[in-house]
Write a protein that binds this ligand. Structure first.
Ligand code: FES
Length: 203
């Protein structure tokens, strides 16, 4: 699946309505597409371009610029191990090497079953709990090799589905209220009007 589903097209249109200019909704729409697919296939980016009246190149230019947007397939779990200075001094490099061994893949690659993508990252702002890592942007600190193995086992078994949703899911709480562009703060919106639509915010 790569083009947006009808439900996500609806979310996309409600999101576009929040901005004075449609193109301002580009990043939120890319997050919707990434949430649907786990990454951004070409068809998804073309669909986003159509919805925003942009060229596919404009969409790709943005998608390929930002760290949290992926134009190549990503495993269901994106494991980001920090090896910046605080983590490096507290076993971050060893943790990364252990992760490579446990997952049977090098940093920058995905396991054959598509479950895990491992990456080495710069500081993720959890220096006080070094060495640390993130899985799908959920943070884990003071991670020992044993902790890592348990984490992988639990993720594979689906025991952490509540804490760590599939890659691309930023926020499972949908925005249900909001004012579309052009409606003054405190302005009245007629029942059934645009402000009453479920806005389905950007993930
Ligand atoms: S150096 Fe690893 S989180 Fe800051």
């Amino acid at each position: 699946m790569s083009r947006l589903t009808p439900e996500n097209v609806e979310r996309a249109r409600a999101t576009i309505a929040l901005y004075p200019k449609a193109r301002s909704a580009l990043i939120p729409l890319l997050h919707i597409a990434q949430e649907q697919n786990g990454w951004l296939p070409e068809d998804a980016m073309i669909h986003v371009a159509e919805l925003l009246d942009l060229t596919p190149a404009e969409v790709y230019g943005t998608a390929s610029f930002y760290d949290m947007l992926f134009t190549e397939p990503v495993g269901r779990h994106l494991v980001s191990v920090c090896t910046n200075i605080a983590c490096l001094l507290d076993g971050g490099q060893e943790l990364l090497e252990h992760a490579e061994q446990t997952l049977g893949t090098k940093a920058g690659a995905t396991t054959a079953d598509g479950e895990f993508t491992l990456e080495e990252v710069e500081c993720i702002a959890l220096c006080g709990e070094a060495p640390c890592l993130a899985v799908n942007w959920r943070y884990f600190g003071k991670v020992t090799p044993g902790d890592f193995d348990r984490l992988v086992t639990d993720l594979r078994a689906g025991r952490m589905a509540e804490e760590v949703p599939p890659h691309g899911t930023l926020n499972r709480v949908r925005r249900t209220v909001g004012l579309p562009a052009g409606v003054p703060a405190g302005g009245r919106v007629a029942p059934g009007g645009p402000g009453n639509a479920g806005q389905g915010g950007a993930a």
